[in-house]
Design a protein around this ligand. Structure first.
Ligand code: NAD
Length: 431
């Protein structure tokens, strides 16, 4: 029995032998609990999602057969506001994963102090196996199944891995049809033509860059000329790579689901984007000096490493091999607690996911506010507000980390969990 199993009253619907990402989250909560003072009385609240909805999502395939997919929406905590969090379409989605992602949203929203709780959704499907029509039917049926618990004042989904503006437009339309009114505020990350916000698509990568600049200043690393390695070249990794390259960094390695491209002189990022748009992956990029297999990525020495793909990528197995100064967690949950300790001992500064990738939800918040008032801001206003919120959050976390002599992850959890549990305490238990 592991220490996580021994210390926690685990629900019957999880596999105690393989807790997955939820087990990682529980260990993170254990690390913050000693710092919560009298609020630790409420900490069990954070170890149990408020509400879990599991749905069957049937669709008619183009060939006339009927396919069924497993779908989830988990609302982890709504003490500070309505649920907020993305929807992931991926063949490896599990309940444990969606639970952990929803809990990290609770922490993230409190860390940047936007007035939301935490939620997340997903469907266990490889969307690459579906036609556009099938994808639309899947999205609409899933939305109808979870429409009981979502809404502009209840829970507001957004894009995550393998979902995009188009998926959000179908979700909004399905919800509007069910409710009989427009309800643009039911999802964020929508197309601009449908109440989306300028700057939302780039927001997460931009936020990663902003906190990266702050972290680099603290560590004495110059952004111009810094060697940057990025895992994942999608929405988050692709934008972060562009912003670092634009600021004069050398993006020396990029990995996606097919492999790793390397150029010690700096990859030409606009050209790499063009290549990925044409070919579907970084493989075969003519501007690379070398192609490495996926695992060899972790041996590339860098100044800044940005995991921006999936969770549990940096583990006790590869952490000892990693040579970098700063890790910016663009992805959710990329580092296991064991790897966290190994890297901290090696003096690597880790800016945790719940802070580093909070730019996306911050601009989602702006989108929701704009939709309610039907008054839209300029991109300059949005980027300036985003930058201020991310800088302030980073510096508040930095101060707590210095005062308490803890990692930036534990410091972020201290700030965020204190906000969540203060709200819980002052609201009291119902009835
Ligand atoms: P995306 O689908 O746009 O891109 C994912 C990228 O990861 C792709 O380049 C893909 O090739 C690569 N990838 C997939 N599997 C891989 C593997 N096994 N090894 C290496 N690379 C792999 O997704 P995204 O929106 O950029 O999200 C990436 C991460 O960032 C996720 O953890 C997500 O939860 C997190 N995140 C996203 C946002 C957002 O606004 N999109 C906000 C916060 C956090």
């Amino acid at each position: 029995m592991t220490s996580v199993q021994a210390q926690h009253a685990l629900p019957s619907y999880l596999n105690a032998e393989d807790l997955g990402p939820w087990g990682v989250y529980l260990q993170q909560i254990d690390r913050v609990t000693p710092h919560l003072g009298s609020l630790s009385r409420w900490v069990e609240t954070l170890k149990r999602p408020k509400r879990i909805l599991t749905v069957d999502v049937p669709i008619e395939r183009d060939d006339g057969t009927i396919a069924h997919y497993e779908g989830y929406r988990v609302q982890h905590n709504m003490s500070r506001g309505p649920g907020k969090g993305g929807v992931r379409f991926h063949q490896d989605v599990t309940l444990s994963e969606v639970m952990a992602l929803s809990a990290w949203m609770t922490v993230k929203n409190a860390a940047v102090n936007v007035p939301y709780g935490g939620a997340k959704g997903g469907i266990r499907v490889d969307p690459k196996t579906l036609s556009r029509g099938e994808l639309q039917r899947l999205t609409r049926r899933y939305t109808s199944e979870i429409s009981l618990i979502i809404g502009p004042n209840k829970d507001i989904p957004a894009p995550d891995v393998n979902t995009n503006e188009q998926v959000m437009a179908w979700m909004m339309d399905s919800y509007a049809m069910i409710e009989g009114n427009l309800s643009t505020g039911v999802v964020t990350g929508k197309p601009i033509s449908l109440g989306g916000s300028l700057g939302r698509r780039e927001a997460t990568g931009r936020g990663v860059f902003v906190v990266g600049r702050e972290a680099a200043a603290k560590r004495g690393v110059a952004i111009a000329g810094a060697r940057v390695a990025v895992q994942g070249f999608g929405n988050v990794g692709g934008v972060a790579a562009t912003m670092f390259a634009d600021a004069g960094s050398k993006v020396i390695a990029v990995q996606d689901h097919t492999g790793t491209v390397v150029n010690q002189g700096g990859l030409d990022i606009p050209r790499l984007h063009k290549h990925v748009a044409e070919v579907g992956s970084v493989s075969g990029f003519p501007g690379a000096e070398a192609f490495l297999d996926r695992d060899a990525f972790w041996d590339v020495e860098s100044d800044i490493l940005i995991p921006a793909a999936l969770e549990q990528q940096i583990t006790a197995a590869n952490a000892p091999r990693i040579r970098t100064k700063i890790i910016l967690e663009g992805a959710n949950g990329p580092t296991t607690p064991e790897a966290d300790d190994i890297l901290t001992d090696k003096d690597v500064l880790i800016v945790p996911d719940v802070l580093a990738n909070a730019g996306g939800v911050t601009v989602s918040y702006f989108e929701w506010v704009q939709d309610f008032s039907s008054f839209f801001w300029t991109e300059e206003e949005i980027n300036a507000r985003l930058t201020r919120i991310m800088q302030d959050a980073f510096n508040a976390v930095w101060t707590v980390a210095q005062e308490k002599k803890v990692t930036l992850r534990t410091a972020t959890f201290i700030l965020a969990c204190t906000r969540v549990l203060q709200a819980r305490e002052v609201r009291g238990l119902y009835p």
